[in-house]
Design a protein around this ligand. Structure first.
Ligand code: ADP
Ligand code: MG
Length: 709
């Protein structure tokens, strides 16, 4: 993983100048102890940077023992990277000079740009134009910088205070504050780090750029991402899809509540409040999403050293009862299972463990269990085909050789056959146990101080394995779509300046895309309504139709279960009387379809991302329980299936207590066709199919709304 800069070493990637600089100039270097221009030099020296450091300051000869230069032009050698720590006004000129000097990467620590409104934005644009002229990549402005822990380089281009050990986890965080505490937490947990990057306003080098770079970096085994919102969701998705296939991306997104999103918007120049879509992007691209920083950092410890389990079956070894019970609860909650052990395994354990040991899953080797007993249990679980991962609950009983236990756990973990996590219960103020802990740590066994956190970390490994092996599939190709017909309908509506499509056009559009609708006819008056009803066959429904009417039932515009001509005449007459002043009042006569389950499907748009598709149970389920799920279009067959299975009330779709289930395949088909429709016609802004009447063998849309941009 080491980087050497021999003569022949070519810079393989533009961002190498940023992450692997052979020389660094600090423009705005300062002799003042408590200034950024001083701290950065101090950090580079303290961390043992192996390249050249050039402080730039016209008034100083020397800073922290290093020769200072009045300008970058006075620096004798080439400069790979420059830190810019001068007032915002002077930054555009400084970038111009960097260009002339041939510098290829610049970290702008200074603030006072896009985060400060129009004036700052103009300055940002000005220096960016200069950067583009000379092919300089800009990191920041208003940012911390980067860290590369590679022992051959040790580039600490940052003003923070955590000095991480080399490791395999790379961190990228939009917010320096969050980045810094994640880095500190990893440090406290004894997890090494590979790269760190916090890019502030991110005017040029973006989070996707960094992710792509980490993706290609061999030394990075897992990535931690923190973001508050995405300025270009589409670009983000394209990059992340590729990177997430190669290595785990543990992602944390804040601003999940409206208040949180507002807080994010007020302190960064980025686009926040695109919350739901960010989470959907995490899901769609195969990132491992976390809702809090604690779980994320704890999980990182497991990802740093352990392989990904092949499945959800865990074997538990413990030398104390209660904590194993707590762990088991959390393991189950995380989707893991504790299968029974095979007879062969039980025999082996009977023969090797203490007589008072409890043989099963969990295996209790009891408090007096020795290293050999633990080892026998560990080996047994390694050999068990029905076990994918191992959870160890290890209390450092004073009457056992805890170091020996630790060494055995380490040896098994090192085999990397199955992931091992450990809930390690001890008194860290005692030297004896510090020693045991060190064996565990140096051996790369992820140790946690609560059964729950250990179980959750294993749960995260499993969750990632599931995401990795998940076949997302392709959107179904339909050969029965009438694109031209659909296009005609939409074009006509746009030409007529209609915001909403009228019902007859809308039902024709749905039919053109193969979405089943309840049999219908349009009627201009009472006579036509009666003819329509008998053509459809009783019972029917009559609905008032006009471009002015949005919610029909609210104004008495829906009459259901009309059994005969008389019912239709009454219903239409009543609507005519009540809605006399509505323009272009017409009547949609529709087949009455009683006894189905009411479903809802919908489409909304998110800027920069396209359409989101929604699905749920209609009626009270959507109104009261908000039990709906969203996905980004286009959706695949598999994703359509996930939409059905992931609502809270999914069981109702299969029928409960003797009730019949619904035709889920047909619903999946409708969702995919809907997704295809809006993909083909991006000018569709919103859509609602509410309700869709679903039966055991059939599904029909009975009400729809479509809004055009
Ligand atoms: P709106 O949503 O504009 O008020 P809908 O067409 O959705 O009007 O009708 C309101 C309700 O009437 C539906 O949610 C459904 O319960 C019922 N309904 C409408 N059309 C039918 C139909 N063809 N068969 C059975 N029930 C229907
Ligand atoms: Mg409706």
């Amino acid at each position: 993983m080491s980087v050497t800069f021999s003569e022949e070493t070519k810079v393989a990637h533009q961002l190498d100048y940023l992450f692997k600089p052979r020389s660094i100039a600090i423009i705005g270097a300062s002799q003042k102890d408590l200034s950024i221009g001083n701290v950065i030099i101090k950090n580079l020296l303290h961390y043992g940077y192996t390249g050249q450091i050039y402080p730039i300051n016209p008034k100083a000869d020397e800073i922290r023992g290093l020769k200072a230069y009045p300008t970058i032009f006075d620096v004798p050698g080439e400069i790979d990277l420059a830190h810019v720590i001068i007032p915002a006004n002077f930054v555009p000129q400084a970038i111009e000079e960097c260009g002339l000097k041939g510098i290829k990467a610049v970290i702008i620590n200074s603030a006072g740009f896009s985060e400060m409104g129009a004036e700052g934005m103009a300055l940002q644009q000005e220096f960016l134009a200069n950067a583009r002229k000379y092919d300089i990549r800009i990191f920041g402005p208003n940012c911390q910088g980067i860290i590369n822990t590679d022992p051959a380089l040790r580039a600490y281009c940052d003003f923070t205070f955590t000095f991480p050990d080399p490791g395999h986890i790379s961190v990228v965080a939009l917010s320096g504050g969050v980045g810094a505490f994640i880095m500190q937490s990893l440090f406290d947990l004894g997890i090494g780090m590979r790269f760190y990057a916090s890019n502030g306003n991110a005017c040029d080098v973006s989070i996707p750029d960094v992710l792509e770079y980490y993706g290609e970096d061999e030394g990075t085994k897992a990535i931690i991402l923190y973001t508050e919102g995405l300025s270009d969701p589409h670009a983000f998705m394209e990059v992340v899809k590729k990177v997430a296939k190669k290595k785990p991306i543990l992602a944390l997104k804040s601003g999940r509540t409206e208040e949180g999103a507002k807080a994010a918007a007020s302190h960064t120049g980025s686009l926040a409040g695109v919350d739901i879509s960010t989470e959907l992007i995490f899901e769609k691209t195969g990132m491992l999403a976390f809702t809090n920083e604690v779980d994320l950092c704890q999980a990182a410890m497991a990802f740093a050293t352990q392989p990904i389990p092949a499945g959800n079956r865990v074997g538990v070894i413990t030398n104390t009862g209660g904590p194993a019970v707590i762990a088991t609860d959390e393991l189950i909650a995380s989707g893991l299972q504790l299968p029974a052990l095979s007879d062969k395994a039980k025999e082996k354990l009977h023969a090797t463990l203490l007589p008072e040991a409890s043989i099963g899953n969990p295996i209790d080797v009891v408090a007096t269990g020795s290293g050999a007993h633990f080892r026998s249990a560990l080996d047994t679980l390694l050999e068990e085909e029905s076990i994918d991962s191992i959870f160890v609950n290890f209390v450092t009983a004073p009457f056992t050789d805890t170091d020996e236990v630790a060494r055995n756990i380490v040896e098994v973990s090192r085999m990397r056959k199955k992931p091992v996590v450990c809930n390690f219960m001890t008194n860290m103020s005692m030297e004896r146990y510090q020693h045991t802990a060190k064996i565990m740590h140096d051996g790369g066994v992820p140790c946690f101080s609560f059964p729950t956190t250990a179980a959750r970390a294993l749960g995260a490994l499993y969750r990632y394995g599931k995401i990795q092996s998940r076949e997302i599939g392709e959107p179904t190709t339909y050969m029965d779509l009438y694109f031209i017909k659909a296009e005609k309908i939409i074009k006509a509506a746009i030409e007529d300046d209609n915001e909403y499509l009228v019902s007859d056009k809308l039902y024709e559009l749905l039919s053109a895309y193969g979405i089943p609708v309840a049999d219908w006819r349009m009627a201009g008056d009472l006579k036509e309504a009666v003819i329509a009803a008998s053509a459809i066959g009783y019972p029917v429904v009559v609905k008032a139709e006009s471009p002015e009417i949005v919610h029909k039932s609210d104004i008495g515009g829906v009459a259901i279960n009309l059994k005969n001509e008389e019912d239709v005449i009454n219903a239409v007459s009543r609507m005519q009387a009540r809605l006399g002043n509505v323009q272009n009042l017409r009547f949609l006569v529709q087949k009455f379809l009683p006894g189905g389950k009411e479903l809802i499907a919908g489409i909304s748009t998110k800027s920069g991302l396209g359409h989101l598709i929604m699905f749920g149970l209609g009626g009270i389920y959507v109104e009261v329980l908000k039990d709906v799920v969203f996905k980004i279009t286009p959706i695949t067959d598999l994703e359509a299936g996930e939409m059905l299975s992931s609502i809270k009330t999914a069981k109702l779709l299969d029928g409960v207590r003797g009730e019949k289930g619904i035709d889920k395949e047909k619903v999946k088909d409708i969702l995919q066709r809907l997704s295809k429709l809006v993909t083909d016609f991006p000018m569709i802004k919103e859509m609602d199919l509410n309700p869709i009447m679903a039966f055991e063998n059939e599904v029909f849309v009975v009400d729809a709304r479509l809004k055009i941009k």
